[in-house]
Design a protein around this ligand. Sequence first.
Ligand SMILES: [Zn+2]
Length: 456
Amino acid sequence: MILNIDLENLINEHKNELIENIKNLIKYKSISVETEGNMPFGKENAKCLHEALNIANKYGFTTKNLDNYCGYAEIGKGDKIIGIATHLDVVPAGEGWETDPFCATIKDNKIYGRGTSDDKGAVVASMLALKIIKEMGITLNKRVRLIMGCAEETGSKCMQYYNEREEEFEIGFTPDGKFPCVFGEKGHIRARFKYTNPSSIININGGTIDNAVCDKCIVHIYNNTFNQKVLKDYLSENNIKFEIKNDNDICIIEVNGIAAHASTPYLGKNAIMYLMSGLKKAGCTDEFVSYYCDRFNFENDGNGFDLKCNDQYGNLTCVNGKVWMENKSIIGSIDIRVPITLNSEDIVNRLKVIDDKRATIQVMKYSDTTYFPIASNIVQKLLKVYQNITGDKENKPITTGGGTYAKSLKNCIAFGCKFPNKNNKIHEANEFVEIDELLLQVKLYVYAILELLNDK
Ligand SMILES: [Zn+2]
C-alpha cells in the first residue's frame, strides 16, 4: 500500500501525547474485582475506562460506555465494523518492583509500570492509530471500533456483556498476544475432582492457583501407612526439595516443586505429583494416592482421564494446580488445554462420562479453541503488514495455549502487541514497554486497519 504521507513523521509528532496518555492510564490500579452495583469490576477499573473514553472524546471519536463492563471508541461510517479489542484491567503488581508500578516511569527509552505492555500500551497505541487514520482524511466506508474491556485477566465477562448487546466484527484483531499474529489458541477447560474420605491423609494443601503447575504441597498423614526412607530416597533421587517432620503418629511432609503456567507445564515440576508418586513408591495404603497416580502423570497429557490427543500444532495438556481439603474430601483443580483444531466440547463430554467410583469430576467452565488457517485472508493480510513494516520474515505466525479476547469475540485474531523474542515482564515485576516499540505498534495498527478496510 502506498500512502502519500510520511506516516513515520506523523506518528513521531504524537510521541509526547502517546506517553501522556499511557501515564494517565497506568495511574489507575485497575485490577478487576467483581463488585455489586454499577462498577462491576471495581472503582479503579471504572475510573480507568472513564479516562480512556475521555481521551477518545477529546479526539472527536464516537464513544460508548457499556455500564463499566467495557467501552468503545469509533470512527467512520458504514454497516460493518473493523474491530480492535484491548483491555484496561491489569493483574496485581506483586513484589520486586524498582519503580512505582502505578506511576509510569521512563528510564532508558522504556516506560515501566503495570499494564505498560499488557495491555494499556496497546490501548493508547490503537487509540493513536485511529486518530492518525482520521487525520489522514481517508473516507471510511466501514466503522473502525476500538473496544476497551475491564475484565480480561479474570475470565472476560466484559466481552460476554458486549456480545449480548453489540454488533460483532466483520473482522478484527486483539493486540494482546504476539506479532506476527496468533493463528490458534487452545481451548481451555477448568474442572475439579472431589475424592471423599481418604483413609490416612489427614490434611493436604498444595498450590495457589488453578492455572499453574503446583510449586508447593504440604500433607499431614499417618506415619505407619508408608515407608519414610523410600519416600525420602525417591524425592532426593529426583532432586526435589522436601522437609519431613514427625509429630507422634503423624507425619508432616512439605514438598517444593517449580511453578509454570498451565499452558506450558513442561517448564515446571509439580509438587503434588512428586509427593503422590513418592508415597505410592513408599507403599502408601491410602487409596487417594493410587487414584491420583492413575489420573495424573508427569507428562501432563491427560492420559489418565483417557483424554490424550494432539494435532499438528501440539498436544492436549492436563494440569493439577491446586489441592485442598474440605469436609473430609480432597478437592483438586484440573486445567486442560485443547489442541487448536479440536473441539473443547468433545473433550468436556469425554470428561463427563468418566465413571469412577473413587472421585467425582465437575466441569466448571470451558472455552472453545480459536483457529484461523495460515492461508486465510486475515492471517495473510496481517502477516504481510507485519513483514512489510518490520522487515522481519523469519518469525512466523504462532499458536498458544494461553487465551485472549479472540476466544470471546467472533472473527477476531490476536495481532501484537508483543514483539518476537522480547520479554516485557508481563504479569511480573518491572513490566515495561519500549517507547520505540510503542510507536512501531501505532504504525502496524494503522496499516493493519487500512488493510482490513480493503475488501480485496
Ligand atoms: Zn492481556
